[in-house]
Structure formats: structure tokens, C-alpha cells
Design a binder for this molecule. Structure first.
Ligand code: PEP
Ligand code: MG
Length: 777
């Protein structure tokens, strides 16, 4: 039987119909209202590839070196071609189409959702299980192709990479497909049958107009209803301004986003009666499973439908559950240990040999062969010890950046992705050369000086050649006793892999843990990631990264910041097509502005932090980027509370990155912040109107400009009067002159780059001693 009605399957059928179909069948069996549908069993996929005789070819095609990105891409293409171009036997096609037609109304074609349903034993890892495709509003003419596209999504580059890396045979993986009638929701949303972080008997319902995608992807701020199960009453109703809704376009059948008409925009979505009905369903589904559930629901023509139900495991870490299990720790190999030899005759480079110059972004002198990298598919060319030369680095270049002995970019300033990541990887780098990719030649031997910002011809005998590099040792203080300073010296971290190096510096904590890299390296925008894999999987990714750092430092404090990536960076990702085109992304929709406007990904970040608090990471402090004034704080506090983080009991604070925030510090303090941290990368660019990433004005980017110092000095003074801690986490915190100024001004802590921590510790000590001496002299 190639297909089974959903009502004929249940939780025991995960092996034949996959997790999604099994759980929908289970809900139907429990008498809950689920839109009708059927599943194309995993066996159908298997029989298809075997009987068509493409199985061997398929599995051989995808058996590639996972670190070879060109091979991965080719494997994905070959697999898709094999699956999509091999015809499906007529009898199977017939069976699928017949079931589909049976779902139509009086001859009207049904609109269906076609979703992959991974078989849980084979795909134990949620970060993987969610990789497969989903298609909405599909009709008969596209049905078979969509089913096959679901099958082909077993062989995306990421899925192949994952299985190859873990030695998981491709032949052991199966996939089923769910074909389910779409509900033309008039209203929809999600429901937590208990409090998602405390487990209290409180049902939370979020609701918006139109299709649920708008809520799940965070396109709209939904209404929020809280129901107290003990008192049996609605406790709180927060009506949101629902600017848009997603609906099916009557003509094309595609999902479109429309503005909500005036009357409904600020109107309540759910009546008390509807809340009552949802609450009843919520209780039934929780009773059925015996654990609190996270339910997606929709209302059409007065009927409530349940679209999905998953256990809420935020309350307690639960790794025993098939689909929800923790992503396994990816064991990282050590870098730079091969016996690469540059083989070139050593020449002694004087300054005349300078081929290109730029900004010395990460210190160290190395020699190696140039590898020009224009596109992702060339990344595999970067071998251990090469000098990687590219326009600008991207999050998915990190594996290649780790193999490289040095990094050169055309674009970017001292605070660009390339600069930040190379410093943390401990790989010397020169950024913003303008023309490195044009002037340097592939295979040419060069010496890169990450202090001076130069690339010279030839190999330098004094330079390291990559293989001797020992990241942890290099960062460890020479003496086990670090200088004791009254001003705390912390460290900045942007990639979780750098946690160990960062902790080895003896820093007093993490002054800034950026999550942008963790998020961008997922390859999808947060909205797309959540839509494809669920909010829970997104939280899991964040938790995995943050935890790695929080563990390394515990009990020293770790300040984790909510996301701050500009739209042009999101646009590079899958799902980024819809990002607004901005003339000035630096001045645009980024940081807390975006988070408050589009709270769904933001709330998942907070939910992840709330889960970390639940797990006992009481050393976490949440920090918010790019705030301007106290009105931002109101929104921040509301979202913190709603995500289960009590702003009164947890320490949290804001970045001071705009002149406005520095000038509004009294209001920010009155609004309840515990600390303010100077983001001098942005504060400098916004004070001086100098784009931080533009190499043409890099010489004007001066964090020590008197205007910047005045804003910082005044803010510290006010904060001292008001009992608010101050810190710096911008790149300037690694500069001795800035350190002197800040210690003298009375800053509470300084957070530096990994490579600078030791020097900053000494500089702070020197300044503190001088101040003490001055006071007694
Ligand atoms: C800053 O602006 O100084 C800062 C630390 O934030 P980011 O570099 O991530 O913008
Ligand atoms: Mg910033």
C-alpha cells in the first residue's frame, strides 16, 4: 500500500509513515479535529528507487567527502535529478491522485499541504529531521512533483554533509510524505497548554488573522491570551496591532501577505467562547499525551482545527524523545596540525615586496600559498596552511577559514565579519585591501602580516606556516597568576568554538557573546529556519552555541546579546529574498528595532535564554543591541516577561551604540537596566557618520575621537551616580589608550578580543596603580 489515510495510522507507525504523519494520526485517533489527509509511506519511496534501479547510483553519487563543498553541491544536484526525472510507476501515481481527488469538495480541486515526514529512527536529530521540504497550497497538477521533491530533500547538501560526517549510511534513511487538506484559516495561531518555561497550569494562546505561517514565522505580532487553568478563567488579554495577514490568493492559490483592514487591525481575534473551546482542546491533547503541548491551530468557518502538536520540552530538558532530541555535539577536529610545507625558497621580504595592504585585523605573521575564493563552491580549494583571499568572508566559510593560515579580504573594516572571526580563530588577517582578489594570484607564495596589515611576496623564514599554530596555548597567560585588577577584564566571543581559547585567557567573564554567527551559519533566515524546522529547533541551535560558552565560563558571567544583523546580511541566506532593500542597512532595520517590530524570532531567542536559566545557567545576562531610548525598554521588558525571564530578578542591560542612547542614559537607567555596555564600533560610526565597514573611510574611523570619548565619559559618570554598571564591548576596548581613558573615567568592566585580553589586563593594572599613586602623592 503506497498510501494510508491519516486516520489509519498512529504513534506506533513512525517507522512506516514518519513522525509528522504518525502524530497527526494519533491526534485523529484521540478524537481531535485534524484536517483530513493521507500519507505516502516511506516504503513507497524505497520501492520507487529500488524498482527503478536508481538506488545504487543514488547512494554512490552522494558518498562524497563532506568537507568538499563542490562535491556536496554536485551530489545534491545528481540526487535531485535522479529522483525527479525518473518516472513514478503508474499504479503508485494513480493511488496518490485518487486519494487526493477524494479530498476535493464536489468536484472542486482541494488545496493541500505536502510535507516531508521523516522516519524518527533514522533521523534521531531534530536539527536534521527538520531539513526536509514543505509545500503549501498544492493542487493536482503539481502534486506528484512535490511529493518527489520531498523525497529529493533527503539529499540536500546539508543532509548529505550530516550523514557523511556521522557515518550514517544514506541507504538506511527513508522518508514519508503527508498530503493534507489546507485550512483556509480565518484566524490561527499557537497554544501552549502549560507555561512554556515554568510549567505552571496556565494556557497561553497567540492568535492572528489569516494563516498560521504569519504567527509562526513572526511576520505579525499576535494577540496574546492567558488562561489560568486553576481558576478556570481568562487572566490576561493583550490585543496586538496586527498590521498584516497571510492568506491564500483566490486566483493563483499562492500564499500572499496583505494589510489587515482598519476594523480588524486592532480588534480582538478570539472571543471568550473561542478561547474556551481552544482551552478544552488544549487540555484534551495534553491529557492524551500526558505532557504539556505546543499546538498549532486554525479556525475556519467556525470550526477549530489542530494542525500540529509537539511536546513542550522547555520546562525541563528532555533528550529521550525521538524527534526532539538534542543536537549531538559536533566534535571539532583540531586545526593546523598537518605537515603543510610551503616548499618555496625563503626570500627575505622588505617593504618593497608589499603586494597589497589593508587593515591588520588579526595579529600574527604567516606564509603560505594564495587561494582566491570567489564563491562557495571553491571553498574546498582552501587547504591546510593556505592564505585564503576573498572579497568578504561569510559564515559558511568558517571551516575554510580554520584551515587557512591567514585571511585576506577586499572589503570590510576592523569590525567586519572577517576581522572578528579571524581574531577569534586566532588566524592572522588583513582586511579591506580593496583589490586583494585581483592583485594576488592563485598559488603564489606570500607572507601576511596581521599586525602591519600587509601581504608581501614570497615566504618569510621567520613567519609561521600555519601548522605550528596552537590556538589555546597561544592565548593562555604566560603566568598562571593574572594581574588582579579592580576593573574587571572580560572577553568577547562570537563563535562558540572559540569558548575554550577565550576562557583560557583568564578573563573575568564574557562581556559580549554575539549570536549572529550562530544564526547566520544556519544558512537560513531565522524566520525561514523556524518555518521549516520549528521554533524549538531554532532555540536548540542557540542553546547549543550559548551553552558551550556558558559552560566554559561558569560561574563567571556571560553577557549574551540578542540578534543584530543588518538586512543585507540576512538577504544572503535562504529565505532572505523577502528582506527589504535598504539604501543604508547600517541605519536600517537591525538590532532591537527589528526584534520589536518582528518579535517571533526575538521571542525564540528569549525563550532559548529562558530555557538556559531553567537549566541552571544563572551566569547568563541578556543584553539588547541598538536601543535608543526608554520606549525600547518597555517592549524589551514585556517580551522578557512573556518569555519567562523576570527582568527584576535576572541581570540584563543594553548596548550604548547610538548617541541617542548615551544622551538618554538617565531614562534608560530609570527604566531598570542593570548595565550599559559601549558598542564603540557602532557608537563611533553613528557619532562620526563614518561607515564602519567601508575601507574608503577607514582612516576616519576613530574611536578615540573627542566626541566619542565625551559621550562615553558622560555616560559613565551618570551611570556611577545611578548605580548602573558600565562596560565596553566594542573593538576599542582592546586599545590601550581607550583602556586608560575608561579606567580613569571609572568604568566597571572592559571586554576585549581574545588576543588582547592579556595586554588589557596589564594595561588596566598599570592605570589603576597610577591612579592610586596619584591620589597619595
Ligand atoms: C559594537 O557596535 O561596538 C558592538 C560590539 O556590536 P557589533 O560589533 O556586533 O555591532
Ligand atoms: Mg554594534
Amino acid at each position: 500500500m503506497a498510501v494510508l489515510w491519516l486516520e489509519d495510522v498512529d504513534a506506533d507507525d513512525v517507522g512506516t509513515v514518519g513522525g509528522k504523519a504518525a502524530s497527526l494520526g494519533e491526534l485523529i485517533g484521540a478524537g481531535l479535529p485534524v484536517p483530513p489527509g493521507f500519507t505516502v509511506t516511506a516504503g513507497t519511496y524505497r520501492t520507487f528507487i529500488e524498482e527503478a534501479g536508481i538506488d545504487e547510483e543514488l547512494f554512490t553519487a552522494v558518498d562524497v567527502d563532506p568537507e568538499d563543498s563542490a562535491a556536496l553541491r554536485e551530489a545534491e544536484e545528481t540526487a535531485a535529478e535522479l529522483i525527479l526525472e525518473t518516472p513514478l510507476p503508474d499504479d503508485v501515481r494513480q493511488e496518490i491522485v485518487e486519494r487526493y481527488r477524494a479530498m476535493g469538495d464536489d468536484g472542486d480541486e482541494a488545496f493541500v499541504a505536502v510535507r516531508s515526514s521523516a522516519t524518527a529512527e533514522d533521523l534521531p536529530d531534530s536539527s536534521f529531521a527538520g531539513q526536509q521540504e514543505t509545500f503549501l497550497n498544492v493542487r493536482e497538477q503539481d502534486l506528484i512533483r512535490r511529493v518527489k521533491e520531498c523525497w529529493a530533500s533527503l539529499f540536500t547538501q546539508r543532509a548529505i554533509y550530516y550523514r557523511q560526517q556521522r557515518g550514517f549510511p544514506h541507504a538506511d534513511v527513508d522518508i514519508a510524505v503527508v498530503v493534507q487538506r489546507m485550512v483556509d484559516a480565518e484566524k490561527s495561531g499557537v497554544m501552549f497548554t502549560s507555561h512554556p518555561s515554568t510549567g505552571d497550569p496556565q494556557i497561553t494562546i497567540e492568535a492572528a488573522w489569516g494563516l498560521g505561517e504569519a504567527v509562526v514565522s513572526g511576520t505579525v505580532s499576535p494577540d496574546n491570551y492567558v488562561y489560568d487553568r486553576e481558576r478556570g478563567a481568562v487572566d490576561e488579554v493583550t490585543v496586538a496591532d496586527k498590521k498584516v495577514e497571510m492568506v491564500k490568493d483566490a486566483e493563483t492559490g499562492e500564499t500572499v501577505t496583505l494589510e489587515v483592514d482598519e476594523e480588524r487591525r486592532n480588534a480582538r481575534v478570539l472571543s471568550d467562547a473561542e478561547i474556551g473551546e481552544l482551552v478544552e482542546l488544549g487540555k484534551r491533547v495534553e491529557d492524551h499525551y500526558g505532557t504539556p503541548q505546543d499546538v498549532e491551530w486554525a479556525i475556519y468557518d467556525g470550526e477549530i482545527y489542530m494542525l500540529q502538536s509537539r511536546p513542550i520540552t522547555t520546562i525541563q530538558e528532555d533528550s529521550g524523545d525521538g524527534e526532539e532530541g538534542d543536537a549531538a555535539e559536533a566534535a571539532e577536529g583540531t586545526t593546523g596540525e598537518s605537515d603543510a610545507s610551503d616548499g618555496a625558497a625563503a626570500t627575505n621580504g622588505g617593504d618593497d615586496d608589499v603586494l597589497v595592504d589593508g587593515l591588520g585585523a588579526s595579529p600574527g605573521v604567516v606564509s603560505g600559498a594564495v587561494r582566491i575564493v570567489h564563491k562557495l563552491d571553491h571553498l574546498d580549494q582552501v587547504q591546510e596552511g593556505d592564505v585564503m583571499v576573498t572579497e568578504m568572508t561569510m559564515p559558511d566559510m568558517v571551516p575554510a577559514m580554520k584551515r587557512a593560515s591567514g585571511i585576506v579580504t577586499d572589503e570590510g573594516g576592523m569590525t567586519s565579519h572577517a576581522a572578528i572571526i579571524s581574531r577569534e580563530l586566532g588566524v592572522p588577517a588583513v582586511v579591506g585591501t580593496g583589490n586583494g582578489t585581483r592583485l594576488l594570484n592563485d598559488g603564489q607564495n606570500v607572507t601576511l602580516d596581521g599586525d602591519k596589515g600587509t601581504v608581501r611576496a614570497g615566504a618569510d623564514k621567520d613567519a609561521e606556516s600555519g601548522e605550528e599554530f596552537e590556538p589555546v596555548e597561544a592565548a593562555r597567560p604566560e603566568t598562571p597568576v593574572k594581574p588582579m585588577t579592580a576593573t574587571e577584564v572580560k572577553v568577547n566571543v562570537s563563535i562558540p568554538e572559540a569558548a575554550e581559547r577565550a576562557a583560557a585567557t583568564g578573563a573575568d567573564g564574557v562581556g559580549l557573546l554575539r549570536i549572529e554567527h550562530m544564526v547566520l551559519s544556519l544558512g537560513k533566515t531565522p524566520e525561514k529556519y523556524i518555518a521549516d524546522h520549528g521554533a524549538r529547533a531554532y532555540q536548540d541551535e542557540l542553546i547549543e552555541g550559548v551553552r558551550r560558552v556558558a559552560d566554559e565560563f561558569y560561574p563567571r558571567p556571560v553577557r549574551v546579546r540578542t540578534i543584530d544583523a543588518p538586512t543585507d546580511e540576512f538577504r544572503e541566506l535562504e529565505g532572505g529574498e523577502g528582506e527589504p532593500a535598504e539604501h543604508n542597512p547600517m541605519l536600517g532595520w537591525r538590532g532591537i528595532r527589528r526584534s520589536l517590530d518582528k518579535p517571533e524570532p526575538f521571542r525564540q531567542e528569549l525563550a532559548a535564554f529562558a530555557r538556559l536559566y531553567e537549566m541552571g545557567y544563572d551566569n547568563l545576562e541578556v543584553m539588547f543591541p541598538l536601543v535608543n531610548d526608554a520606549s525600547d525598554i518597555e517592549g524589551i521588558k514585556r517580551h522578557m516577561r512573556e518569555s519567562g525571564i523576570d527582568p527584576e530578578t535576572h541581570r540584563w542591560g543594553v548596548m550604548i551604540e547610538t548617541p541617542a542612547s548615551a544622551l538618554q542614559i538617565e531614562e534608560l537607567a530609570a527604566a531598570g537596566i542593570d548595565f550599559a555596555s559601549f558598542g564603540t564600533n557602532d557608537l563611533t560610526q553613528y557619532t562620526l557618520a563614518v561607515d564602519r565597514n567601508n575601507e574608503h573611510v577607514a582612516d576616519r574611523f576613530d574611536e578615540l575621537h573627542p566626541a566619542v570619548l565625551q559621550l562615553i565619559g558622560d555616560t559613565i559618570e551618570t551611570c556611577r551616580e545611578l548605580g548602573v554598571d558600565t562596560s565596553i564591548c566594542g573593538q576599542a576596548g582592546s586599545k590601550p589608550e581607550m583602556v586608560d581613558f575608561l579606567v580613569e573615567a571609572g568604568i566597571s568592566s572592559i571586554s576585549a578580543n581574545i588576543d588582547a585580553v592579556r595586554d588589557v589586563q596589564h594595561e588596566v593594572k598599570r592605570t589603576e596603580q597610577r591612579l592610586l599613586l596619584d591620589s597619595v602623592r
